[in-house]
Design a protein. Structure first.
Length: 366
């Protein structure tokens, strides 16, 4: 699938650009203590941390008796640092129009909430995490209500022109969404059933149906304590953006040593990137050989022909079968040759759902 894109949003001066800088391990976005330091969205591609690739590359190197590791091609997530939003954005206040147009282009929303005290950093509309969350959600909902007015009107015309009952179902869904937003409800999961409806729904130009991850940006002093509390929801994460930005300037060894002193196992960025990946229901399967060891991004539930199609569109059409082994079993065997001898490599057909970490070799017709 194409690059996954996550938009970093929030009120001004909550730490969006600081977090973005840390993600890219360099000072790309301007971190400035005034609203709208980020006017145009900054874009950066970030690797999804995956130790499996390194270990698989070592296995290939040893088995093929190579003098060097094959190139690694990890899965990636594209992050977009979007200008800060203020109340009234849906009516164009602040940089509202730009904010809303940029956020429509992303697959998921990373909503940064200010959860630190610092008198030197101006609070521009920010009050506390709960109030700030409500401000953003309200602006997105109000913008969607404007969009829904047009969508409903267009769908009513479509029903008059077409007799397909699925068109009536689309109108019913639009009206349910509209009613929920008018009642102040956060949109939940809608079960589409019909594949045509599912595809239609996923492409609706609505902001409130996008997956969202809330990032609580805390001070360096509170970071360890907040992590240890551990009572955050599935779509929430605690990070100290300032600390992460500082860590980005360290070497890998220095970073590990500093985190060890804090009693933290992995950086907040590693947790954030993995969460963003999970948020979108994504997994990776692996291919390994002399030319490269690579992670391929697919949706959970993808079957083998469609997974093959991610590598090349012709592979889906010409799919015959797949040779599959769980990554852990392959590492345990120590080589593909040994895994075959043990009977651990399975032959799977078109009905197999690819699992996260599957190492796969596809057989396709030419």
């Amino acid at each position: 699938m194409s690059s996954v894109k996550c938009g970093i949003v929030g009120l001004p001066n909550v730490g969006k650009s600081t977090l973005f800088n840390a993600l890219l391990k360099k000072r790309v976005a301007l971190s400035a203590n005034y609203p709208f330091a980020t006017i145009e969205p900054n874009v950066g591609v970030v690797v999804v941390p995956d130790q499996k690739l390194n270990e698989l590359a070592e296995l290939v190197k040893d088995e093929e008796k190579m003098d060097y590791l094959p190139p690694l091609v990890p899965a990636v997530v594209e992050f977009v640092d979007i200008a800060g939003l203020v109340k009234g954005a849906h009516q164009g206040a602040g940089l509202g129009n730009q904010f809303l147009s940029h956020i429509r282009e992303v697959d998921a929303i990373i909503h940064v909430l200010r959860d630190f005290q610092d008198e030197d950093v101006i609070r521009e509309g920010s009050e506390n995490p709960d109030a700030d969350k409500l401000t953003i959600e309200t602006e997105l909902a109000l913008a969607d209500l404007q969009t829904l007015e047009k969508l409903v009107a267009a769908q009513e015309k479509e029903i008059r022109a077409a007799k397909d009952p699925i068109e009536q179902k689309k109108l019913e869904i639009l009206n349910v969404i509209k009613k929920n937003l008018e009642d102040g409800k956060v949109l939940g999961h809608y079960e589409m059933g019909d594949e045509r409806l599912k595809s239609w729904f996923e492409h609706l130009p609505l902001l409130t149906i996008k997956p969202i991850l809330y990032v609580y940006n805390v001070s360096e002093g509170e970071y360890k304590e907040k992590i240890d509390q551990g009572n955050v929801n599935e779509n929430e994460i605690v990070i100290s953006a300032k600390l992460e930005e500082e860590l980005a300037d360290y070497s890998e060894e220095e970073r590990k040593e500093y985190l060890h002193e804090l009693g933290i196992e992995e950086t907040g960025l590693e947790r954030l990137i993995k969460k963003a990946y999970e948020l979108l229901g994504l997994i990776s399967f692996l291919t390994a050989g002399k030319k490269e060891v690579r992670a391929w991004t697919i949706k959970k539930g993808t079957k083998t022909p469609q997974a093959a199609g991610v590598i090349h569109t012709d592979f889906e059409k010409g799919f015959i079968r797949a040779q599959v082994i769980e990554y852990e079993k392959l590492i345990e065997a120590g080589s593909y040759t040994k895994a075959k001898q043990l009977g651990w490599i399975r032959t799977e057909g078109k009905g197999y759902e690819v699992k996260d970490g599957d190492a796969i070799e596809f057989l396709v017709s030419s």
